[in-house]
Write a protein that binds this ligand. Structure first.
Ligand code: AP5
Length: 211
């Protein structure tokens, strides 16, 4: 299955992508993760992207389209993929189409703006390997250290309240219109980001016809 996860910041796209990736045995391509890895590694791409990300703005389309196309050309994407956080503008969706990339389903993960702020204020990630956690909903079994690699847990630079508000505004203005783009193609299925992770996971599976 070639799947797009669409939803506002903090909707749970990364969390559901991780679960679906294991269940379906296909790769997740997260532009947010790719950009944050580039920032951690201090590459040219990372230096350029950091300014946009920390301000809650979108990285320019041509840059993101370039890294996604390159990633999709790898062999491990041939049996399917999950796109998390891409496309995020109509121009990015059109670029994907022009590149001849087939999309089977677009899962729209929906939560209210109030829930987003609560989710993101409690989110933590490992400074070393990027594994995501939540202080209430998905705590590390290793306390304030990562349960995968033992690295320290930190708050993402773009999860402060002011930047989160900018990200929500950018989502409504630039990303939400993509839903209509794919609705016209009959590809959109909807799931609601529930209070309990397990409930969301069940709803996602149902929406995708996996149970
Ligand atoms: P990106 O990393 O994609 O951020 P985002 O879309 O804002 O999404 P998040 O990662 O914040 O949230 P999520 O929906 O994955 O939720 P999560 O599963 O973590 O992008 C970051 C930045 O990079 C952008 O602002 C932009 O600058 C740039 N960028 C990226 N892609 C781009 C593109 N295509 N074009 C241009 N620029 C781009 O969940 C959130 C928290 O809630 C977690 O702590 C989780 O544990 C918890 N949680 C999840 N589900 C539940 C649940 N059901 N119940 C309770 N808690 C839950």
């Amino acid at each position: 299955m070639n799947l797009i996860l669409l939803g506002p910041p903090g909707a749970g796209k990364g969390t559901q992508a991780e679960i679906l990736s294991k269940r379906l045995g296909i790769e997740t391509i997260s532009t947010g993760v790719m950009l944050r890895t580039a920032i951690r590694e201090g590459t040219e791409l990372g230096t350029m992207a950091q300014e946009y990300i920390n301000a809650g703005k979108l990285v320019p389309d041509d840059v993101v389209v370039g890294i996604v196309k390159e990633r999709l050309s790898k062999d491990d994407c041939k049996k399917g993929f999950i796109l998390d956080g891409f496309p995020r503008t109509t121009a990015q969706a059109e670029a994907l189409e022009q590149a001849g990339v087939r999309i089977d389903k677009v899962l729209s993960l929906e939560v209210s703006d109030e829930t987003i702020i609560e989710r993101l204020s409690g989110r933590r990630e490992c400074k070393d390997c990027g594994t995501p956690y939540h202080v209430v909903y998905k705590p590390s079994a290793n306390g304030d250290k990562c349960q995968v690699c033992g690295g320290p847990l930190i708050q993402r630079a773009d999860d402060n309240e002011e930047t989160v508000k900018n990200r929500i505004q950018v989502y409504h203005e630039q990303t939400e219109p993509i839903k209509e783009f794919y609705q016209k193609q009959g590809k959109v299925v909807v799931a609601h980001g529930r209070e309990e992770l397990a409930d969301t996971t069940r709803e996602v599976a149902k929406a995708l016809g996996l149970e």
